[in-house]
Design a protein around this ligand. Structure first.
Ligand code: TXA
Ligand code: MG
Length: 312
């Protein structure tokens, strides 16, 4: 394909996007976390084209997006603690990895052959409108080439995937800015990926700490080197070296600041845009000043640690 249609987030745009999904198309759309690249999760050919467009390793499963909790039972069994989290935090920046039903009807490529499925009910109005207009399960990874920085604006999506996807609904910048928090059940609840919903809020809801992903159960997509900007990244830097471009947090001297006021919510919303800007600046060496490791800071530090990981 050579042309990517850009659609407005209005009735006509949503209707066109839903029609393209129904024809097996690849459609970018905004969620409150990051832009997703959606396909019909029941359509093997469409899912295969999605993996090809992203250059994504096929062993890495996709999150299935649904408009509300009522749709979940068709795809997964729901342990009591999962139901509690869903009631508290959906729609929102939470993905639950749940036991897959035998009759779910999802493409095995979506679950990468696992016996579990990652499900999310997003909150963003454009995502909600698209899911309702389409009426089926939408598998959607972040709308970036595999291994690159996730997109939080339509321009980021086009930078990476223009000409490789059918359409993109431009709904403006994403509010949260980092991907959803992923929780699995081992059967005890386990944090598989820190994200836009702080782990502390989940633990408060459950009344017990989340387990940490060990070797046995991990989100397969959590490859060490990920979210990579093109430059080399150093973290927790208090003494930047000559020639380093400094990404700051709080009132520190720097070239780009995630949040001059030291606000973690603002820093999460700006994180991926700053990484895209560092690429645009052709920054070769990047120093990041310390960021507190609580609340959304955990997701930010997780993404930055992957950005700093040695490249394979
Ligand atoms: O905020 C988000 O979660 C965004 C928006 C578009 O919803 N999506 C997103 O998708 O970040 P993606 O594909 O970039 O990351 C999905 C992660 C991967 O690390 C994958 O391995 C994990 O979810 N995952 C999906 N299904 C899983 C499963 N059954 N078991 C373990 N991990 C799973
Ligand atoms: Mg991703």
């Amino acid at each position: 394909m050579s042309n990517t249609e850009t659609l407005a987030p209005d009735r006509a745009g949503i209707a066109r996007a839903a029609a393209l999904l129904g024809q097996g198309g690849l459609v970018g759309f905004p969620t409150e976390t990051v832009y997703g690249l959606g396909v019909d999760a029941r359509d093997d050919d469409a899912v295969a084209r999605l993996f090809a467009a992203k250059g994504r390793p096929a062993f890495n499963p996709l999150i299935v997006h649904l408009p509300d909790m009522a749709h979940v039972a068709a795809y997964a069994r729901i342990p009591p603690e999962a139901a509690r989290l869903a009631a508290a935090f959906w729609p929102g920046a939470l993905t639950l990895v749940l036991p897959l039903r035998d009759d779910a009807g999802l493409s095995p490529l979506v679950t990468a052959g696992l016996s579990t499925v990652g499900l999310r009910v997003p909150d963003a109005p454009v995502a909600q409108a698209l899911l309702r207009a389409f009426g089926g399960p939408v598998a959607a990874p972040s709308a970036n080439p595999s291994g690159q920085v996730s997109p939080t604006t339509a321009a980021h999506v086009l930078d990476g995937l223009a000409g490789r996807i059918d359409a993109l609904v431009d709904g403006g910048p994403c509010g949260v800015g980092v991907e959803s928090t992923i929780v699995g059940f081992d059967p005890a609840p386990v944090l598989l990926r820190a994200g836009g919903l702080p782990a502390e809020a989940i633990e408060a809801c459950l009344g017990r700490p989340l387990g940490r992903a060990g070797d046995a159960i991990t989100a397969p997509g959590q490859l060490a080197s990920h979210y990579a900007p093109r430059g080399r990244v150093r973290l927790n830097v208090t003494d930047p070296q000559l020639g380093e471009v400094v990404l700051g947090f709080g009132p520190v001297p720097c070239d780009l600041n995630l949040s001059p006021a030291g606000d973690l919510t603002q820093a999460a919303a700006r994180l991926f845009d700053c990484l895209h800007r560092l690429n645009a600046m052709a920054a070769e060496r990047i120093a990041v000043t310390p960021i507190p490791d609580h609340g959304l800071g955990r997701a930010i530090n997780d993404r930055l640690a992957r950005a700093a990981a040695p490249r394979g």
